[in-house]
Ligand binder design. Structure first.
Ligand SMILES: Nc1ncnc2c1ncn2[C@@H]1O[C@H](COP(=O)(O)OP(=O)(O)OP(=O)(O)O)[C@@H](O)[C@H]1O
Ligand SMILES: [Mg+2]
Length: 379
């Protein structure tokens, strides 16, 4: 196992506002937002932007990285972040007002909604510094606050960044007389498998007590890319489950990863594997044999998550010889294609030659073995 320096704290896994020292693979987006805000800062006008992407892709961390790392280095501006998720109008405006008023001043006393807004507007307008606001998690229940804030920003030469998920973005900006005032949009795309892998590895090096093997990291990445659109959030949720185990000194093998990611792959487990394998292999002795050889290997070597095609061929060949069955490489490949097509076996995104399963190999092995024996009996 590759050792990394001991962790300082598990904040990187448990703090939703944790900002990593480096935001990976968002250089283009950071350059864009930095450039636009710098121009607006220098020429003294306000600018509003909508950041959108699927949930879990890193929208919050992108905005917080901008506020906490980029802005302080580049402009003498004040930053205010408000998470609007499940908050009503009054609550959001109160939070905005309290944050902009700063520590010294009294906390908002809400009279009525209009008063509240007027009070906030007065505080915001009288601020000696320019302000960058972020409203995270805009949706159809709170878009009004974003719209008002964006309009106010224009008046007082402040800037507002609104964050929303892809669905709400399409929905809210398509309304004919859109009130979603914004000057430009910044879509955050999902990461490629290689990019996601680097993000997870950085997080592991940052927080994990004993490190994790590269194989385990790849396995998590493979699963998240295959089933959950390359969202870093899901992989970090998986690391959260593994963290206490690793800290106790338990070895993290493929069984632990399967358990930690079972939630995202449940639809795979819901099917009755017995049924699937039963149908695909009614008369298919070879497919059962391939599955048996593969799972046997994975059961024997717990730290090996993948088996490569070459090793598998050799194992099947040995089995065929033992059973005195004719075999060809084509048969093995055809059987594998069937298993892959039925989502019993998966190909790694890193290399087509690496194969893995989601169901514990023990279960697949029992099934394959008993069906194969039955097949022999029937003949
Ligand atoms: N480019 C990146 N570099 C490093 N860490 C990242 C990157 N993108 C995302 N992350 C991490 O992935 C996790 C999820 O990101 P974040 O919470 O920002 O997503 P989100 O889109 O706001 O999701 P939610 O739907 O929960 O609001 C966080 O731990 C974040 O730090
Ligand atoms: Mg978020």
């Amino acid at each position: 196992m590759r050792m990394v320096r001991p962790s300082r704290s598990p904040r990187g896994l448990f703090d939703p506002y944790y900002v990593p020292s480096k935001l990976l693979h968002r250089d283009r987006e950071l350059d864009t937002i930095n450039g636009v805000y710098r121009d607006s800062y220098e020429d003294n006008y306000g600018i509003n932007c909508l950041v959108h992407g699927i949930s879990g892709v890193g929208r919050t961390v992108f905005s917080r990285y901008f506020l906490t790392k980029i802005v302080p280095e580049n402009f003498d501006a004040r930053t205010v972040y408000v998470d609007a998720r499940s908050k009503g109008y009054a609550e959001i405006v109160t939070e905005l007002n309290d944050k902009i008023a700063g520590m010294s001043e009294a906390v908002t006393v809400a009279f009525d909604l209009d008063q509240l807004w007027i009070q906030f507007k007065r505080t915001a307008a009288s601020s000696p510094k320019r302000t960058v606001f972020v409203i995270d998690n805009i949706d159809d229940t709170n878009e009004e606050v974003y719209a008002k804030l964006a309009r106010l920003s224009k008046e007082i030469n402040a800037s507002t960044i609104g964050i929303l998920n892809s669905h709400d973005y399409r929905f809210l900006t398509k309304v004919p007389a859109t009130s979603m005032a914004y000057d430009f949009e910044l879509p955050l795309d999902t990461y490629t498998q290689a990019q996601l892998y680097e993000i997870i590895r950085m997080r592991v090096e940052d927080t994990f007590p004993l490190g994790l093997t590269e194989e385990v990291l790849r396995y998590i990445t493979d699963i998240v890319c295959e089933f959950d659109a390359s969202k870093p959030k899901t992989s970090i949720e998986a690391l959260k489950v593994l963290w206490p185990l690793a800290q106790r000194g338990q070895e993290i093998d493929s069984d632990s990863v399967r358990a930690a990611t079972s939630r995202i792959t449940t639809f795979g487990h819901d099917q009755d594997y017995m049924d699937i394998i039963d149908t695909i292999s009614m008369n298919d002795f070879m497919t059962l044999l391939v599955l048996e050889a593969m799972t046997e290997h994975l059961m024997r070597y717990k730290t090996e998550t993948y088996i490569d095609r070459q090793t598998l061929s050799e194992l099947v060949m040995i089995k065929c010889e033992e059973l005195d069955v004719k075999y060809s490489d084509n048969d093995i490949e055809r059987s594998l294609q069937t298993l892959i097509f039925q989502s019993v076996v998966f190909e790694s995104g890193y290399s087509r030659s690496l194969l893995y399963t989601l169901v514990p190999p023990e279960i697949l092995h029992d099934t394959a073995l008993s069906l194969r024996r039955e097949l022999v009996r029937r003949k």
